[in-house]
Every structure is written in structure tokens, then in C-alpha cells.
Design a protein around this ligand. Structure first.
Ligand code: HEM
Length: 537
């Protein structure tokens, strides 16, 4: 394009560049004004003061000053990649969710892996839970499966989330330790919360120091619902099974890797994808009905419990492939916003109190983190299907309703009146019957905190058990208060006496403390589950 003497080039995406004399893109200000000198500020005289008039300098520094946004309050350190989900078979008997209707159907996906406790600049090989958040851009809106690499959680009720995170993050007075469980506050809280025992077993196991993101499982944790076109509901638990298998490092290796290359996990994913070794996971489902839920030894709404795969096999229904790295880390990995409340028609929540609390928390924090209610306009967050609503304005409103009407009902013509509700395709909530007095009591069915912790421990191969014992001993040895160490060992006595004794010996406790009162007697003896051991897998 010729503008007088100047040439403007059009790029592949239709964008235009001003071209300097040597054929390269001209450097411009944000206002598009070509810049002649980016090395020197505008000054009065040879050595004189800078001039306020220098709009290029002021704009450049102003923008730099505002580059940072708050890091995520949890899962701050993460790494994302693009890919797709491919369904193996239609699941229309179970769900009307569009991505599960046709064999071979592909749905675009974005995945972000993360650690939980460390800050954005922490190291990758921390002993920690790994986030496994998947955004699926379906033809009926975005479905976010915001999971972890461990199938249970520390707490049963979202009201305890700020506490567990405060206890795990650096201590408020001294600001350390960073990304480690080795401190008094964490063990103080954990030992006072027996419901965290099952999760602690996983955290102290090899699962918490994966070899790379590619070699770990993912879990939706909560029980969700599938709802089919006839309105029939089936409970579902989601699993991601790595086709690469599962691998972990040992603590000794983790410490060395952290020192030598704190970016080890993100580099591994980047290298694998850029070299064409696309990592894959299969989506697995545990499907069950009300009868199974009633018969099951634990409450299916309790997020500190699993449903053993031996009892309810995992059905593999599709694969997730990561085949493209991001173009820009900040634009995509930092600005992506996952939220448990993003479900599509055919998928619904249950009354798991942790899930219900999460549904509030994510959107709330993202408004703070991304600074505008319009963050769904960011390309990484934008649905790939058409979007039409009457929400408008706010910071960075780039797509206000274009029709005459910005409310409904309205009596304008279809062209001027904008979108209408869609009772046929629209999301409908599963009409479960929930009633009872308002109360804050934990249900009795959530009370057994030890049986599955024991089942997990006993399911581990001898070397994996040794690692668990070593991890408890090492991490608790960093806890300076003897009473906290003793209380934790007292809790472990309800899991396995040998485990408790070995940890107590390792810590040099003067005497083995009495077990903590068991919250409730185990429901029944549970067989160790081979599926829980990495080695058995
Ligand atoms: C972030 C998983 C419990 C609040 C995340 C992320 C994951 C995750 C994977 C990172 C998302 C990303 O990569 O951007 C889980 C799992 C939980 C759980 C599996 C339990 C089963 C909770 C609870 C709360 C909570 C109970 C609050 C009540 C948050 C917040 C963020 C977050 C505020 C930051 C979100 C952002 O800034 O975008 N969680 N979480 N989480 N989670 Fe959770």
C-alpha cells in the first residue's frame, strides 16, 4: 500500500507494518508513530535535563512499569501447551456434551500444568501437588476440567482452603520457606486436620516429585454428573492416563535437578513438543449410579476419597494430545483462566462442598488477576464457538453487543434484537432433590480419615513405602516444634503402626505417642490397590 512516499506491508494475518528504508518493520509507539531514535532520551543541550516532552520515553517506561499482574494466589508457577481432545466413541447414552457425540471428533484444548505452593519464580521439582488444568473449547462453550495429579485433596470443605494454603505458603513473618512442606506451619495445620491424612500419604509419595509433566496422571478429583439428552444423570469421575506411563524421580535427584535447572519440567515439555514427541493422555471415566453411590463404603461427595479402580474400572473414552507450544508465555500461559464453573450442557456439578466453593473462587480471583470482567475476550480464554449476550462495557470492552437492543426480552426484529434463550440446546441444571435444615455440621459419612490413607500406603511397593517413610522423616525433621512432630506421628499411627514407628525412630522421638482418636472406625478392611503403585503400573 502506498501512502505518499511511505510503504506499508501487510503481514500473513492481515496486519500491517510500516516499513523503514532498509526493508525492516519500523519501530513505532503504541500510537503508531514511527520512532527515529530509541537509544537516547530527549534532552536540553548536550548534557542537559530530560525533557517532559519526550512522549516516546514516557510511553515506553509507563508501559514497562505496568507489565506485571498479580501471580495466581495458588498454582503460580505453571507451563501451558495447546493440543486437542479426540473422542474414541459416542457417549450419547451418558451425556449430551457435544465433544462426546461422535467417534473421532476433535476438540481444541489448552492445558496448563503447575505446582501449587511456590511462587511464579520457584523451582519445578518441588515436593508438591501438580495442577493439571484442561480447557476444552467445545462447540457449545468452554469446559474446564481443573484437576490435579493427585486424586484426592487436603480438605473436605472449601472454607478451609485459605487456611491450608496459608499454612503451606511461606510463613508470614519470615517469608520462607518457598515451595516446601518442610516447615512448622504446614505440619501444625496438617496434624490438626486428620482429613488431610490421605492426601499427605500421596504428597509424601513419589507422586509428588514427577519425572516430568508428561509422566503423570491427572484427576478431576470431585464426582461430577453426566446428563444425557433424556435428562438421565450418571455420576462420573475423570482421569487422565499418560500414554508415556508414570515416572518419578527420587528426592536426591529432585534436589540436584532444582539446583542445576529449576526449569526442568517446563523445558522437558517444550523440548518434547518442539521435537514432535507429542505427549498424550487418555481420558478415563469412572461411571456409576445412585445405587453404587449408596453402596460404596465412602461418600462419593467427599474429595478426600477415591473410588478404587478395582471396584470401579476406568473406561477410556478419548485421548488428549499436546502438539503445539505457546507463541507467547504471558499472553497464553499467564493469562489463561480456568474455572470449575465452566461446564457445558451434558456436564453438571454435584454437592461436593469443595467443588461448590471452587465454583465461587476462580472467577473471583481472575477478576483481580486479569483486571477486567472482559478477560474471556483474550484469545486463550475466548470460546471457539459463537458468543452472543447482552453483557457490555467494563475495562477493555472490545466486543460490546452490536445490535440495537442490549436487554431482553425485547420486541426488536431478529437483526436488531440480538440473541434469545435456547430452551432446547441451552444448559439446564440437573434437577436433583436437595433439602434439609441449614447447618454447618460435617456429614457423618465424611468422618473416616484413615482407611484410604492406609490402603494407599499398603498398596505401594516396598521401595515406594520406603520413600514415603523417608519423606515424612525428612520433612518433619525440618519442623522445629517437638509437639507438632509428635502429633503428626500420633496421626500416622492410625494409618500404619510400622510407618509411625519408623518415622518416630528417624525423628528420634523419645517415646511413641498414643494414636490420635480415630475419627471413626474403618468402614471395613480395604485391600491394597495395585493401581495406586507407580511401580505396579
Ligand atoms: C488454581 C486445582 C481446590 C482456588 C488452580 C489450578 C488448578 C487447581 C489446576 C491452576 C489453574 C491454572 O493452571 O491456571 C485445584 C484442585 C482442587 C482445588 C484439583 C481440589 C480438588 C481449590 C479450592 C479453592 C481453589 C477449594 C478455593 C476455595 C483456586 C484459585 C486458583 C486456583 C483461587 C487460582 C486461579 C487463577 O488465578 O486463575 N486450582 N484446586 N482451588 N485454585 Fe484450585
Amino acid at each position: 500500500i502506498r501512502y505518499g512516499e511511505e510503504t506499508v506491508a501487510r503481514g500473513a494475518g492481515g496486519e500491517t507494518h510500516q516499513i523503514a528504508r532498509d526493508g525492516r518493520t519500523s519501530l513505532t509507539t503504541q500510537q503508531g508513530i514511527p520512532v527515529s531514535d530509541d537509544q537516547n532520551t530527549l534532552r536540553a543541550g548536550e548534557r542537559g535535563p530530560d525533557l517532559l516532552e519526550d512522549f516516546h520515553f514516557r510511553e515506553k517506561v509507563f508501559h514497562f512499569d505496568h507489565e506485571r499482574i498479580p501471580e495466581r494466589v495458588v498454582h503460580a508457577r505453571g507451563f501451558g501447551a495447546h493440543g486437542f481432545f479426540e473422542a474414541y466413541e459416542p457417549l450419547s447414552d451418558l451425556t449430551r456434551a457435544d465433544l462426546f457425540q461422535r467417534a473421532g471428533q476433535r476438540t481444541e484444548a489448552f492445558v496448563r500444568f503447575s505446582t501449587v505452593a511456590g511462587s511464579k519464580g520457584s523451582f519445578d521439582l518441588a515436593r508438591d501437588v501438580r495442577g493439571f488444568a484442561v480447557k476444552l473449547y467445545t462447540r457449545e462453550g468452554n469446559w474446564d476440567l481443573v484437576g490435579n495429579n493427585i486424586p484426592v485433596f487436603f480438605i473436605q470443605d472449601a472454607i478451609k482452603f485459605p487456611d491450608v494454603i496459608h499454612a503451606a505458603k511461606p510463613e508470614p513473618d519470615r517469608g520462607f520457606p518457598q515451595a516446601q512442606t518442610a516447615h512448622d506451619n504446614f505440619w501444625d495445620f496438617a496434624s490438626l486436620m486428620p482429613e488431610s491424612t490421605h492426601m499427605l500419604m500421596w504428597i509424601m509419595s513419589d507422586r509428588a516429585i514427577p519425572r516430568s509433566f508428561r509422566f503423570m496422571e491427572g484427576f478431576g478429583v470431585h464426582t461430577f454428573r453426566f446428563v444425557n439428552a433424556q435428562g438421565r444423570s450418571t455420576f462420573v469421575k475423570f482421569h487422565w492416563k499418560p500414554k508415556q506411563g508414570m515416572q518419578s524421580v527420587v528426592w536426591n535427584e529432585a534436589v540436584k535437578i532444582n539446583g542445576a535447572d529449576p526449569d526442568f519440567h517446563r523445558r522437558d515439555l517444550w523440548d518434547a513438543i518442539t521435537q514432535g514427541a507429542y505427549p498424550e493422555w487418555e481420558l478415563g471415566l469412572q461411571l456409576f449410579d445412585d445405587d453404587f453411590a449408596d453402596r460404596f463404603a465412602f461418600d462419593v461427595l467427599d474429595p478426600t476419597k477415591i473410588i478404587p479402580e478395582e471396584e470401579l474400572p476406568v473406561r477410556r473414552v478419548g485421548r488428549l494430545v499436546l502438539d503445539r507450544v505457546v507463541d507467547n508465555f504471558f499472553a497464553e500461559t499467564e493469562q489463561v483462566a480456568f474455572c470449575t464453573q465452566n461446564v457445558v450442557p451434558g456436564i453438571d456439578f454435584t454437592n461436593d462442598p469443595l467443588l461448590q466453593g471452587r465454583n465461587f473462587s476462580y472467577l473471583d480471583t481472575q477478576l483481580k488477576r486479569l483486571g477486567s470482567p472482559n478477560f474471556t475476550r483474550l484469545p486463550v480464554n475466548a470460546p471457539r464457538c459463537p458468543v452472543a449476550h447482552f453483557q457490555q462495557d467494563g475495562h477493555m470492552a472490545t466486543m460490546n453487543p452490536s445490535s440495537r437492543a442490549n436487554y431482553e426480552p425485547n420486541s426488536w426484529s431478529p437483526e436488531e434484537g440480538g440473541p434469545r434463550e435456547d430452551p432446547v440446546r441451552g444448559f439446564t441444571t440437573y434437577p436433583s432433590t436437595d433439602s434439609g435444615p441449614k447447618r454447618r455440621l460435617r456429614p457423618e459419612s465424611f468422618a473416616d480419615h484413615y482407611s484410604q490413607a492406609r490402603q494407599f500406603y499398603l498398596s505401594q511397593a516396598p521401595v515406594e513405602r520406603r520413600h514415603i517413610v523417608d519423606a515424612f522423616t525428612f520433612e518433619l525433621s525440618k519442623c522445629e516444634r517437638p509437639d507438632i512432630r509428635a502429633r503428626m506421628v500420633a496421626g500416622l499411627r492410625n494409618v500404619d503402626d510400622d510407618l509411625a514407628r519408623t518415622v518416630a525412630d528417624g525423628l528420634g522421638l523419645p517415646a511413641l505417642p498414643d494414636p490420635l482418636p480415630p475419627a471413626r472406625e474403618p468402614v471395613r478392611d480395604l485391600a491394597p490397590s495395585p493401581a495406586l503403585s507407580i511401580i505396579a503400573n
